[in-house]
Design a protein around this ligand. Structure first.
Ligand code: CAA
Length: 268
């Protein structure tokens, strides 16, 4: 996957254990067309299967993470077409990736771009990040999960206000409302890497150094909070917790603590 030339994305391994996927349609502000999503899904599937990789960063450009679904591609589609082709259904593939995904958002994250960021497990924002679900302004509604994930992330009243007006909101608001973890201040970009991307890669590296079985089970457990009711979610968490006792990494992690040494995880 790292040697492959894609047309709409770039793939790299900036640090051991970390995959960096950059959306790369700069002229269209990374508008998400079918070709881009097909490439993104393929790359993520290959990265998920790559034992050398423990965590994934998705980013865009400084100006735009992604300015939404490609309006020019979809504007003339008929109802029958979008319905029978299950238009956008493949966007959901991203949520079955086992490895943690960190979105590093700079500039516009609008419509489908905001929805893509909301599908990530962790969201870091540059001060320039501008989020928005402006679909109402072009006569349609959120189609990539925005109504559900935004409402879960920021609550009903804000989700309604934001989607019904199509207004943009800032990185600071995204953090204050619990949608993003934090704003990564613009610092010195001497190496040409945006601070938010550098920080996301460092975070991914930290996660990738842990037991991958534990990391993936932990991601699964937290995601259950957004899919199941509380008692069902707690039961799932306890089962996954018990499951870790069948792994070598749990034995190693706890033995290392008792012996006052660093654990040597084998992802088994
Ligand atoms: N689809 C297709 N092309 C897009 C695009 C999109 N979502 N967003 C930007 N572009 C293109 C523009 O058409 C323009 O192309 P040309 O140079 O060929 O004209 C290029 O990117 C640069 O954009 P602008 O000239 O408009 O740049 P700007 O700085 O003046 O404005 C912007 C930036 C405010 C982000 C503006 O481009 C904009 O409003 N974009 C559309 C945002 C939007 O409505 N997104 C929601 C899409 S619907 C959706 O996503 C459905 C869903 O839920 C899945």
């Amino acid at each position: 996957v790292f040697n492959k030339q894609y047309e709409n994305i770039l793939t790299a391994r900036p640090e051991p254990g970390v995959a960096l996927v950059t959306l790369n349609r700069p002229k269209a502000l990374n508008a998400l067309n079918s070709a881009l999503f097909a490439e993104l899904n393929e790359a993520l599937r290959l990265i998920d299967a790559d034992k050398e990789i423990g965590a994934i960063v998705i980013t865009g450009s400084e100006r735009a993470f992604a300015a939404g679904a490609d309006i020019k591609e979809m504007k003339d589609k008929s109802f029958a077409e979008v319905y029978t082709d299950q238009f956008l259904a493949d966007w959901q593939d991203l949520t079955s990736i086992r490895k943690p995904i960190i979105a590093a958002v700079s500039g516009y994250a609008l419509g489908g771009g905001c929805e893509l960021a909301l599908m990530a497990d962790i969201l870091l924002a540059a001060p320039s990040a501008q989020f928005g679900q402006p679909e109402v302004n072009i006569g349609t509604i959120t189609g990539g999960g925005g109504s559900q994930r935004l409402a879960r992330a920021v609550g009903k009243s804000r989700a309604m206000e934001l989607t019904l007006t199509g207004r943009m909101w800032s990185a600071q608001d995204a953090v204050a409302w619990g949608m993003a973890s934090r704003v990564v201040e613009a610092g010195d970009a001497a190496d040409g890497v945006l601070p938010v991307v550098r920080e996301a890669v460092a975070l991914a590296r930290e996660i990738a150094a842990k037991s991958q079985v534990a990391v993936q089970a932990q991601k699964e457990a937290v995601n259950v909070a957004f899919e199941q009711g509380l008692s069902e979610g707690l039961r799932t968490e306890r089962r996954l917790f018990h499951m870790t006792f069948a792994t070598a990494d749990q034995k190693e992690g706890m033995a290392a603590f008792a012996e006052k040494r660093k654990p040597n995880f084998t992802n088994s």
